[in-house]
Each structure stands twice: as structure tokens, then as C-alpha cells.
Ligand binder design. Structure first.
Ligand SMILES: Nc1nc2c(c(=O)[nH]1)N[C@H]1C(S)=C(S)[C@@H](COP(=O)(O)OP(=O)(O)OC[C@H]3O[C@@H](n4cnc5c(=O)[nH]c(N)nc54)[C@H](O)[C@@H]3O)O[C@H]1N2
Ligand SMILES: Nc1nc2c(c(=O)[nH]1)N[C@H]1C(S)=C(S)[C@@H](COP(=O)(O)OP(=O)(O)OC[C@H]3O[C@@H](n4cnc5c(=O)[nH]c(N)nc54)[C@H](O)[C@@H]3O)O[C@H]1N2
Ligand code: SF4
Ligand SMILES: [Mo]
Length: 731
């Protein structure tokens, strides 16, 4: 935290927070009604953006206890002063009028204010009653990728050992699960190998199912600084990122797996592979070679709709590169073959030696600000520190670190998020605690989850806003402090651990999630065992340092002060300050955390999507994001600067289809699937989508794409197939 000098204040006036233009806008600032002079902060707090996983450094300007301004941190290595539109307006979300201020308990069908003591007593009473009658697993917890790491670490212990339910998962299963499962199967552990510097050093950057121009805009700037690159983009839709591609691969929806196999076959046939790497560091190559015989360029061209020559060109560009980088995101993960596709991306990198080298990596671009933190510390799909439930040595080690009997650690993971929802419908799970996620907009097939939530005996929602659709349904609402109001760390996509700082106090009686977890532990009587002597996130961080020591995600050399000083530090970091600065990659020594130290090459046959277009539902619906909004718009929907740019949902429809259906630009239409319908959505007639394909952003609760989507999941990762389902469009 720094106090600005008089000179700095003047500069601020000139540069950002008090220019004429700004003053003009501020005169009509619908949110604060502040005049320009009132927006000059009296102090700046250094922190990290709380939206996406890029992890930009932010200076949050505070005046009279209010967050009034934001600017990019010029010294931060990730963003060097730049911010995207969401980062630039982040302070508005803090003082929104619909922030949750007090615990609310449902009484006679109305949510009424209660004090914290009563709220948490009722929660413990109701959950314990359910567990007594229906077993410990009858209460489930669904959290998020948007808490600080210290909170994830505390929540894992609290849910699994305090509440004693194995059924704990997060919205990260809607997002990262396929990447996690794929990394584990290829390399023996989760953990993205590369780093952002690779985007500047690689000569072939293959973006597959990732629209970073909209969704990771500051990451995009790293790529723009690279003069030698060829950018390959595989996406059925001409996204903003595809528009910038050197080589665009407009594949048919969900045919990434055969594309990758086709590229591998070309590379093997052309001998553009790294035979030494394959022999020394992988297993399964002969089986792969045999398997790929089936994926000739001709056959792959037929499946993907790409010209054979284009498949060759993509393969040769990748194979001839000195170093090739593959970045992927939801176009890959959100599929019933998500895990298999991640394995194919890893295999492509492995057979060409593009792992653990400068500029070469199979890199999962994460989504939420701290999806990574939840992957590292949480107790959902793995035990903390990337330990495995089914590994007795891992359980024993963790139990010893915690001083508990190893028998208390579950031998397998509990129910994943979609299976929790299924079990609620089957009335096996009767109590649910939702933390920092908004399933009544974001979960696939809204009718299904609507039915599920209606069957619960007790629903607790812990959120920063009271106006979410799940909030309206709950029996108990716990008001949480959000970004800007609490302390801890986030890990970004390149494993950079950064310090998050509070700038202002939470509204009303809202509290940091961390404090809520501690108080709940006291009520449950497990605080002394699980959180001995803990008062602040720092205590959780200290314990986590010990628990992660010698693991791939080693935090043992980190401390808050050096993280802050260096603009974040990448893990693994056993050596702290002593480590020279510069990018850190995993697997530089080519040893993988598998039993034999070698990575696995997987062969999983491609399968067509079960719900491809048919006569009644002829269109394939694709869903995704736009730069202005964040997910379910709890934060961005109330920020005029963003919302005015994208105030309502839209349907992208190709001109040919619009002609056939006699639909005009800007007309309102209905969209229908086997599961639900959107009554009224505005049409954008555009060649961004091909004939037979349509796109809807999923951000809008009132026009929810998830009324239509299919609740069908990857069998391994349990991630939903959000990116394709069959719909019809009614004029
Ligand atoms: N502005 C903004 N930024 C965000 C977010 C946000 O809500 N708003 N959310 C954050 C989060 S949590 C996440 S997970 C990331 C997600 O970041 P992205 O994955 O980039 O986001 P999406 O728009 O969901 O999907 C990416 C692309 O996948 C393409 N796609 C669809 N089907 C297929 C297919 O079959 N194959 C291929 N190859 N591509 C396909 C879509 O056309 C789309 O362009 O963004 C993060 N950043
Ligand atoms: N059709 C379709 N659906 C999708 C996707 C898609 O591409 N297509 N993408 C999926 C993906 S990748 C994701 S990540 C999900 C995201 O879906 P959600 O997780 O439902 O989206 P958010 O709007 O980010 O919800 C976060 C909630 O947490 C609250 N919150 C924010 N900060 C805090 C905090 O510090 N503490 C607490 N307690 N609460 C807080 C916010 O107010 C908000 O209500 O959506 C998924 N749904
Ligand atoms: S790119 Fe992501 S982290 Fe950076 S300012 Fe934008 S939303 Fe925030
Ligand atoms: Mo996500």
C-alpha cells in the first residue's frame, strides 16, 4: 500500500482518474454519482485482478473507505500496466447495491435477517440432522474457483473432516476437470507445464478451443510481442482470436480429437517426431503408431470438414517449429471427450519433444482467478498437494502432516458436481452448501437443476450478492466479502502465486469466506483440531507451505512478503527469494511423476456426439463468452460501462440460414432444444458462424443458454458438454 505524492496525484489527474473525458462520464456516473475530484484516491492498494486466470496486477484506488478507481500495475510482470475492460472497471462491483449485507434465514417462506450466531447455529443443526438421518454424505458442498487459496485449503478440511462429507466439489468441474484428468493420465499429476513467456518465445502457437482475445485479453498481448510466431487457431466459429490467426482451422464442432490424431499421423509419417524423447521419456508409442493408421488425412478431412492440405499444413507448421506451444481452454475441456482430447494434445507435444522446453508446452489456459488454487489445495478431485485418494502412501503422508489417523481420509473421491446434482434428484443428498457459484445460470439443462434444488431439505448459499437466482431459492444466505475486501493468494494459469489484498471493508455484516469457515468450525467443534491457532489466512498459508513441501506444487519457499515484492512467484518454489527471477517450467528434466518416470501416450477412439443435428433440431448450438461480461453477470451486469456494450444476449446465425428461415438482422426469435426453450432472443446475422451452427453467450440469466444445453458429461472428468447440442430456431 502506498500513499501517493503530490506529483503522483497530479499525474493521476492527468493520466487516468481525472481527465476531462473521465469527468464528463463521471458527471453521469450512475453508480456512484461521484465527481472527478472525488475519484482521486488517497491511497493505492496493490492486488491481483479477481476476474480471470491471467492474473493481472492491479492498483485499487481508495478514498474515504471506498474503492473509487483502478489502474494496471506498471511493475507487474504479467500485465505491465495494462488491463482489459473488466479489470478497468473492477472497483464498481465492490459497491454494487445488491451486495449481500446480512445473514438471511427463510421463515414462513420469507428470507429474514438474523445474526451470524443464529445463522451458523441453524446451519449446523440442520446439516447434522440430515446427516444423522441419511448418512454423512447426505450433505454436499459445491464451491468455486474464485476464493483465495487459503480459503480453499480451509474449506477442504472443513468439508471433508469437519462436516465429514466426501461429497465436496466445485464449479471447477464445469471448467477445468478435463484438463486436470488429462494431465494426470498423461504425466501422472495435474499442473500446467509451460508459462506465459513461452508465448513470446515459441514459433508455433496452436490455440485450440480458446478465444483468448475475448477471454484472456492480456494473455493475448504476450503473443502480440512475438515477431516469429505462426498462430494456428482451431475453432468452429470465427472468434476474435480466429480472426487474428495465421492459419485458421475451421473444424466441425467437437472434431478436435480426430484433427489431433490426423496431425500426429502426418508427423510420424514425415518423421517430424523426436525419437529420442519418445524412447526415453514415454510409454505406448508402438500402440499409438498402430492406432493412428486409422486416422489418415483423408478420413480426418471427412470427419473435421477441413481440407486435407490444411491438415498437412497445420501438422507441418507444428512439426517444423523449433518449439511449439499448444494453448487450450473450453472448446476442448467442455466435451464428453474432453479428457481424451487433452490427452491427445499432451501426446502431440510428447512425440515432438515439446514439453519442458522454452516455447514448447501443452498448456491448459485456466479460467477463474484462482481455479488453480483450488486444484492445488482442495480436497475434491485430489487430496491437497496433488495427492491421490487411492494412493495409500499419499494418504499416510497427509495424515501424518495433519496429525490425524489416515483412516479418516477417504480412499476415493466423493461425488463430482454433476453427480451431486443427480443424487439430489434421487433424494440421496438432502442438504447443499453452495459457495461462490451460481448454478441456476451456469449449470447445463436448467430444468434439471431447478428440479434438484426444489427437492432439498436445506440449501445454504454463501455469496457476495443476494440477488442471484440460487440466493432467491435458499433457506439460508451467508453474506460473503468479495475481491477487494479480503486477503490471501491466487495462482494464475502459469502457476504464479500472487498476493491479494483487502482495500475496503465488506458491506454490512458480510465477512470473508475464511472467517465464515473458521466460525463454522467452532460451531462444529472441530476448530482446534483442523485450524489450530488460526486467526487469519496467513496461518492457513503457513500450514499449506508445509503440506505442499516436496510436491510438484511446492510452496515451501514462498512467503507473503516476497510474493508481493516480486509481483508473484511461480511454483514449484522450495527456494523462495534465493531463486533467480525468470520463467519457471515443469518437467525440464523430462522426469514425470509416474511410477516409472515416463509419460503415457493415450489412444482413445473418437466418437461422434450423441445429439448431432437432426430434422427437428437442425442446428448445433455453441455457447461461450464475450469480453465485456463475467459469467452469470452478478458482477458485470450492474456496471454500466460494460453492460451498455453488451446489454442483452444474442443468437449468431449464418446469413444463409437467416435467408432460408426469413429471419432479419435484430429480429427476436425463439430457440428450442429437447430440454427447454429461450422465448425471445435477438438475432445477429453473421458469417462468424457457419450454416447449421449457432452461438449464444451464456452470461444472461434472463435469456439463459443453459435452458437448452445438454446435461451430459465426460465419463472421466465429469465435465459437461456445453459446446454442442441440437436446437431449432423459430422465427
Ligand atoms: N470476458 C470473459 N473472460 C473470461 C470469462 C468470462 O466469463 N468472461 N470466464 C473465464 C473462465 S472461468 C473461463 S473457463 C475462460 C474460458 O475461455 P474460453 O475457453 O476462451 O471461452 P469460451 O468462449 O467458452 O470458448 C472458447 C471457444 O471454444 C470454441 N468452441 C466451441 N466448440 C468447439 C469445438 O468443438 N472445438 C474447438 N476447437 N473449439 C470450440 C468457441 O467457439 C469459443 O470461441 O474464460 C475466462 N475469461
Ligand atoms: N452454456 C455454458 N455454460 C457454462 C459455461 C459455458 O461455456 N457455456 N462455462 C462454465 C464455466 S467454465 C464456468 S467457470 C462456470 C461459471 O459459472 P458460475 O460459477 O456460476 O459463475 P459466476 O457468475 O462467476 O458465479 C460466481 C458467484 O460467486 C459469487 N462470488 C464472487 N466472489 C465471491 C467470494 O469471494 N466469495 C463468495 N462466497 N462468493 C463470491 C458471485 O457473486 C457469483 O454469484 O460456468 C459454466 N457454465
Ligand atoms: S485479462 Fe483477466 S486478469 Fe487481466 S484485467 Fe482482464 S479480467 Fe483481469
Ligand atoms: Mo471456467
Amino acid at each position: 500500500m502506498t500513499k501517493p505524492s503530490a506529483l503522483l496525484k497530479t499525474l493521476q489527474g492527468i493520466l487516468g482518474c481525472g481527465t476531462g473525458a473521465e469527468k464528463y462520464r463521471l458527471g453521469s456516473d450512475p453508480q456512484f454519482g461521484l465527481m472527478a475530484a472525488e475519484k482521486i484516491p488517497d491511497r493505492w492498494v496493490s492486488t491481483i485482478c479477481g476476474y480471470c486466470s491471467v492474473g493481472c496486477g492491479i492498483k485499487l484506488g481508495v478514498r474515504d473507505g471506498k474503492a473509487v478507481s483502478v489502474r494496471g500495475d506498471p511493475d507487474h510482470p504479467v500485465n505491465r500496466g495494462m488491463l482489459c475492460p473488466k479489470g478497468l472497471t473492477a472497483h464498481y462491483a465492490i459497491h454494487a447495491p445488491d451486495r449481500a449485507r446480512y445473514p438471511l434465514l427463510r421463515r414462513e417462506n420469507k428470507l429474514t435477517r438474523v445474526n451470524w450466531d443464529r445463522a451458523l447455529s441453524v446451519m449446523v443443526e440442520r446439516f447434522r440432522k440430515i446427516q444423522k438421518e441419511h448418512g454423512p454424505g447426505a450433505v454436499a458442498v459445491v464451491s468455486t474457483g474464485q476464493l483465495v487459496t487459503e480459503e480453499f485449503y480451509a474449506l477442504g478440511k472443513l468439508a471433508q473432516l469437519g462436516l465429514g462429507t466426501p461429497n465436496y466439489d466445485g464449479n471447477t468441474t464445469l471448467c477445468m476437470a478435463s484438463a486436470v484428468a488429462g494431465y494426470k493420465r498423461s504425466f501422472g499429476s495435474d499442473g500446467p507445464p509451460g508459462c506465459y513467456a513461452d508465448l513470446e518465445e515459441s514459433d508455433c502457437i496452436f490455440l485450440i478451443g480458446a478465444n483468448i482475445a475475448d477471454n484472456h485479453p492480456i494473455l493475448y498481448t504476450h503473443l502480440e510481442r512475438n515477431p516469429h510466431k505462426t498462430v494456428l487457431v482451431a475453432d468452429p466459429r470465427i472468434s476474435k482470436t480466429a480472426m487474428k490467426a495465421g492459419l485458421y482451422l475451421p473444424l466441425k464442432p467437437r472434431t478436435d480429437l480426430p484433427l489431433l490424431y490426423g496431425m500426429m499421423k502426418v508427423l510420424i509419417d514425415e518423421n517430424l517426431i523426436d525419437a529420442e524423447f519418445i524412447a526415453e521419456h514415454t510409454t505406448g508409442f508402438e500402440a499409438l503408431r498402430t492406432f493412428l493408421a486409422d486416422y489418415t488425412p483423408a478420413k480426418v478431412a471427412a470427419i473435421t470438414g477441413l481440407r486435407e492440405a490444411l491438415i498437412y499444413q497445420a501438422a507441418l507448421t507444428y512439426g517444423r517449429a523449433r518449439a511449439a506451444f499448444t494453448g487450450w481452454s473450453m472448446g476442448v475441456n467442455q466435451s464428453t471427450q474432453g479428457t481424451a482430447t487433452v490427452n491427445a494434445i499432451n501426446t502431440l507435444a510428447l512425440i515432438t519433444g515439446n514439453v519442458g522446453i522454452e516455447g514448447g508446452a501443452p498448456f491448459s489456459i485456466t479460467g477463474q482467478c484462482n481455479a488453480m488454487g483450488s486444484r492445488e489445495t482442495s480436497f475434491t478431485s485430489s487430496l491437497p498437494g496433488y495427492r491421490e485418494f487411492d494412493n495409500p502412501a499419499d494418504r499416510k503422508e497427509l495424515a501424518a502432516l495433519w496429525g490425524i489417523d489416515a483412516a479418516r481420509l477417504p480412499k476415493q473421491r466423493g461425488r463430482a458436481y454433476p453427480d451431486i446434482i443427480n443424487d439430489i434428484v434421487l433424494e440421496r443428498i438432502r442438504g447443499l452448501w453452495i459457495i461462490g457459484t451460481n448454478p441456476m445460470v451456469s449449470f447445463p439443462n436448467q430444468e434439471f437443476i431447478d428440479d434438484a434444488l426444489g427437492r432439498l431439505d436445506f440449501l445454504v448459499v454463501q455469496d457476495g450478492y443476494h440477488s442471484t437466482p440460487a440466493g432467491a431459492r435458499c433457506d439460508l444466505l451467508l453474506p460473503a466479502a468479495i475481491w477487494g475486501e479480503k486477503e490471501g493468494t491466487y495462482t494464475n494459469s502459469e502457476r504464479r502465486v500472487s498476493k491479494v489484498n483487502p482495500a475496503v471493508a465488506p458491506p454490512g455484516e458480510a465477512k470473508p469466506d475464511f472467517d465464515i469457515f473458521l466460525e463454522l468450525a467452532r460451531k462444529l467443534g472441530c476448530d482446534r483440531e483442523l485450524f489450530p491457532g488460526w486467526e487469519s489466512p496467513r496461518h492457513a498459508f503457513d500450514e499449506w507451505k508445509r503440506v505442499s513441501r516436496d510436491r510438484l506444487c511446492d510452496y515451501s519457499g514462498l512467503d507473503y512478503e516476497s510474493i508481493e515484492r516480486r509481483g508473484g512467484i511461480q511454483w514449484p518454489c522450495p527456494d523462495g527469494e534465493r531463486r533467480p527471477s525468470g520463467p519457471v517450467r515443469l518437467y525440464e528434466n523430462k522426469r514425470f511423476p509416474t511410477a516409472d518416470g515416463k509419460a503415457r501416450l493415450w489412444c482413445v477412439p473418437w466418437e461422434p456426439f450423441p445429439e448431432s443435428g437432426n430434422r427437428q433440431f437442425p442446428f448445433v448450438l455453441n455457447t461461450g463468452r464475450t469480453v465485456e461480461h463475467w459469467h452469470t453477470r452478478t458482477k458485470t451486469g450492474g456496471i454500466p460501462l460494460l453492460n451498455n456494450l453488451a446489454p442483452e444476449a444474442w443468437l449468431e446465425l449464418n446469413p444463409q440460414d437467416a435467408g432460408k428461415l426469413k429471419i432479419k438482422q435484430n429480429q427476436y426469435v425463439s430457440v428450442v432444444s429437447q430440454r427447454g426453450r429461450i422465448e425471445r432472443i435477438r438475432v445477429r446475422v453473421t458469417s462468424i458462424v457457419r450454416p447449421g451452427e449457432v452461438f449464444i453467450p451464456f452470461h444472461y440469466a434472463e435469456t439463459s443458454a443453459n435452458q437448452l444445453t445438454f446435461n451430459i458429461f465426460d465419463p472421466i472428468s465429469r465435465q459437461p458438454n456445453y459446446k454442442q447440442c441440437a436446437v431449432m430456431v423459430e422465427a
